[in-house]
Design a protein around this ligand. Structure first.
Ligand code: NDP
Length: 438
């Protein structure tokens, strides 16, 4: 704790993984050799840098940039960049730590890393976003590469930002190195389905869990928190599979639509206008209601909800919210965001029969499709939407199987937290042991 002072989210993520590992270590004592447990908690490299840029009024602004290259036992560091005012080193370390096990679970050759900045993109002009991205990459470029470290998007970093970052990388290095970033646009090295992958994958994982109880999304009543990339695509896939999504949220409030959310209106507001959810309610009229500062999970007390998909940010669903979902008969919760459920919430779900998928398993479709983008870049190929979506669906089925079988093997059928932590850890730890003390 002293060594990583002031990093509560990193402590939370590490504790959650370590709580699952007692059993695997009792069965496989080799994991206590070579200080694997201590080594896995220490990033291989952490880079913190100044990001100076000039705003539209001509003032020089200073932000802090981070890249934590956590573990490369399985492949190049891989993980997104987050631009949000709350980003600290501890946030990036928690996300990077989660990423190690998530990436291992995909079965693909990718290590774990994460990065970002405390830059707040809200309210910034397009030109300001571009200048910030260019300055950020002016330092980051020397640390990344197709075989070294491959960043992608996360909160506040979507296709527009990846474009500006890639443009600056190309300009500085004079190399069209497509494999250095993922989440690129379709016209310049991106992969179809990458934008949709984390949200679609979360729904595919939930579908697999529901199938173990003989049910599915057809007719399911759903809540999805957030209204960014992961949330919108989770809403889209849940609807395609026959579900009805009643509400979503942003950091200012909740939209509850009694007829089910209209995804076209939602996309128009969030993606075309880059507006706020309050605008959705104004466009939709009487059936929909905007609740400023509202709690999305409380809607489960007003109308029957079967599936909850937290897709906004960490610690957004607490013990009280979990109790409310359980009390009102929710049958499955799949985390589209990283660590959205607090430890109290995870414990509450574990004490019931609610199917609960942790983010490192449920949202792994995002990074898995990034690895598919890297494959296409390496072979200078581009796959169709259907082919890539089929690959994503197979990968999510594989991750579900790996988690479920591991949970069975350790005597806790249906415990996806245990299954994900043990299956992810074992793959990384085996590689770390094979590579020696490095
Ligand atoms: P976006 O920036 O596209 O959307 C984030 C959404 O979450 C917005 O609706 C935002 O609302 C809301 N949000 C962010 N911070 C807060 C906060 N502190 N309190 C309440 N709401 C908040 O990000 P993504 O959709 O890409 O990411 C969402 C989650 O999914 C994150 O946990 C991310 O790490 C995870 N993830 C993302 C992947 C990807 O490929 N993009 C892959 C796997 C996981 P507002 O607009 O008001 O800020």
């Amino acid at each position: 704790l002293r060594r990583n002072a002031g990093e509560p989210e990193f402590h939370q993520a590490a504790r959650e993984v370590f709580e699952s590992l007692g059993r695997v270590i009792a069965r496989h004592p080799q994991y206590t050799q070579g200080s694997v447990l201590e080594r896995i908690c220490e990033p291989e490299r952490q880079i913190i840098f100044r990001v100076p840029w000039t705003d539209d009024a001509g003032r020089v602004q200073i932000n802090r940039g981070f890249r934590v290259e956590f573990n490369s036992a399985l492949g190049p560091y891989k993980g997104g960049l987050r631009f949000h005012p709350t980003v600290t080193l501890g946030t990036v370390k928690f996300l990077g730590f989660e990423q190690i096990f998530k990436n291992a679970l995909t079965g693909m050759p990718i290590g774990g890393g994460k990065g970002g900045s405390d830059f707040d993109p809200k309210g910034r002009s397009d030109a300001e976003i571009m200048r910030f991205c260019q300055s950020f990459m002016t330092e980051l470029y020397r640390h990344i590469g197709e075989h070294t470290d491959v960043p992608a998007g996360d909160i506040g970093v979507g296709g527009r930002e990846i474009g500006y970052l890639f443009g600056q990388y190309k300009r500085i290095t004079n190399r069209y190195e497509s494999g250095v970033l993922t989440g690129k646009g379709i016209g310049w090295g991106g992969s179809l389905v990458r934008t949709e992958a984390a949200g679609y994958g979360t729904v595919f994982f939930a579908e697999q869990m529901l199938a173990t109880r003989g049910s599915g999304f057809d007719g399911a009543r759903v809540l999805v928190s957030g209204s960014g990339n992961v949330a919108l695509n989770a809403i889209e896939k849940a609807r395609q599979l026959g579900g009805v999504v009643f509400a979503c949220s942003d950091s200012s409030g909740v939209v509850y639509d009694r007829n089910g959310l209209d995804l076209d209106v939602l996309r128009e507001v969030k993606e075309t206008r880059r507006g706020r959810l309050a605008d959705y309610a104004m466009l939709r009229g009487a059936a929909s209601e905007y609740r400023a500062g509202g709690n999305i999970w409380s809607i489960a007390a007003e109308t029957r909800i079967d599936v909850a998909l937290p897709c906004a940010t960490q610690n957004e669903l607490d013990g009280d919210d979990a109790a409310l979902l359980i009390e009102n008969g929710v049958s499955a919760v799949a985390e589209g965001a990283n660590m959205p459920s607090t430890p109290d919430a995870v414990r509450a779900f574990a004490e019931t029969t609610v199917l609960f998928a942790p983010g490192k398993a449920a949202n792994a479709g995002g990074v898995a499709t990034s690895a598919l983008e890297m494959q296409q870049n390496a072979s200078r190929d581009s796959w169709s939407f259907e082919h890539t979506e089929d690959r994503l669906s197979d990968i999510m089925r594989g991750i579900h199987e790996r988690c479920a079988e591991t949970a069975d093997e350790y005597g806790e059928p249906g415990n996806y937290v245990l299954g994900a932590n043990i299956a992810g850890f074992s793959r990384v730890a085996d590689a770390m042991l094979a590579l020696g003390v490095i």
